[in-house]
Design a protein around this ligand. Structure first.
Ligand code: 6IA
Length: 136
């Protein structure tokens, strides 16, 4: 199974360490195409390749994946766009939102019936969520 993991880059890297841990868990279920999203050395200003190369690479990985898993707690324009793109391509999509006081998931994501929305408190909650949503 090819997994496209989406997480905030330009939107803020506050959750980068969490993304790396999620990617490690996801590797139990398939190949993660976007391991760089969890790289703590990848800053908000991004990778050393051109924006066009990043877009073309990410769009083709997205088109070729079996499932999109997005951590949507840190709002990100790019993650929102990837969710839309995956949606138009009919990709199974799981959105992970960490419950925190004062934070709300955008209604345009939360209310989309095409997405599997999973609210969680901590990393320990995720194996059960992945067993339920990713195991064939
Ligand atoms: O808007 P954001 O940057 O937060 O969007 C993050 C999402 O878009 C991630 O899930 C990535 O798949 C993708 N993405 C956005 N920027 C990059 C990037 N470097 N490298 C890889 N994937 C990216 C940005 C460099 C650029 C500022 C020159």
């Amino acid at each position: 199974m090819k997994i496209y993991f989406a997480g905030s880059i330009s939107g803020g890297r506050g959750d980068a360490e969490l993304y790396a841990k999620i990617i490690k868990l996801l590797k139990n279920y398939g190949d993660v195409l976007t391991e760089h999203v969890g790289n703590p050395n990848l800053t908000a200003t991004g990778e050393e390749i051109s924006e066009e190369e990043i877009f073309n690479r990410d769009a083709s990985w997205l088109a070729g994946c079996d499932v999109v898993v997005a951590e949507v707690t840190q709002p990100s324009l790019g993650v929102g766009f990837e969710l839309f793109l995956g949606h138009t391509l009919g990709k199974k999509t799981i959105c992970l939102f960490r419950e925190q006081p004062g934070k709300r998931l955008s209604a345009i994501i939360a209310a989309n019936k095409a997405f599997i929305i999973k609210r969680y408190k901590s990393l320990e909650d995720l194996p059960a969520i992945f067993d339920e949503t990713l195991k064939r």
